[in-house]
Design a binder for this molecule. Sequence first.
Ligand code: TXA
Ligand code: MG
Length: 331
Amino acid sequence: MSARILPPTPEAIAEAVALLRAGLPVGIPTETVYGLAADASDGAAVARIFAAKGRPNDHPVIVHVAAGADLSRWAARIPDAARRLMDAFWPGPLTLVLPRAEGVLDAVTGGQDTVGLRCPSHPVAQALLAAFGGGLAAPSANRFGRVSPTTASHVADEFGDAVPLVLDGGPCEVGIESTIVDVSGEVPILLRPGHVSAMALSRVLGGAVLTRAQMDARRPVPRVSGSLSAHYAPRTPLRLAEPARLAGEIAAAAARGLSVGVWARRDPGGAACWLESPADPELYAQSLYATLRNLDGKGLDLLLFEQPPQDPAWMAIRDRLGRAAAGSGEG
Ligand code: TXA
Ligand code: MG
């Protein structure tokens, strides 16, 4: 049995609202990736999305809000840096971590004193939020540690009838998860790179935005291991290779009798399957997860992706590829 996928008609939106009010999860499109939404003020509903994902309960989840929503229900205060980022990038693919307001559920914050808020720009997400009239807790609609979904059918494939309804908003325009900035402390910290780049953030803030690794390096306490957590991972082992090494890696794998799927700018030859990767980082991000899912479904022994350029424009993509490779058991 598979979830029902409906085009986002007013009737489908009304049905989604009814399901959400009844505490059930709904798959929703956003401009980044599809989310698995629940009423953020209903602890049992939030617990259901965690259970469906197989995600540990102490992980915080992002609350999605309508454009112009009253944020005082979620955030204790809106620091100046947060206000500037909202004015510049909301609605859009940017999540802000803010001091939590009293009454925000521990199930949403993971018991922390902050809450992640995002105002998505996807018109179907906005229509649903407006009709629902509250905040929607929505992690990416994939099982824990797996590849995020960028189409409605990815969501239906992933959850089957555990999710009663998925609203179809078409393929996601951005394709990778939102940029996350922690603006709850003295300095803004980039927690997850995304489409809204570090450079765009610092332009608006009038100063550099530090990454968590840079923050940790400044502190006189021992650094938490920088190992990449298993995330965004295909089931087939994924390895990254510099362009000049692709052909050699394929030959080595072939010598071990392995069939290889390659995503690279040009066909290096010798692979069981080669797909051409886009030269433009935005197009690359848009097709990254669908390509991972596609190649993962081909029964190959190894996926070999060309390492993208070191340029800042590819920062978020390098982050996701690194995690996908680490999570697949390859490095
Ligand atoms: O683009 C996105 O952000 C998508 C779409 C559906 O909006 N959502 C998404 O949610 O990626 P999820 O749960 O897969 O990833 C959210 C990340 C998690 O790594 C979580 O730890 C972090 O955001 N997060 C949420 N609230 C936080 C908080 N208060 N402090 C620190 N990190 C937080
Ligand atoms: Mg996720």
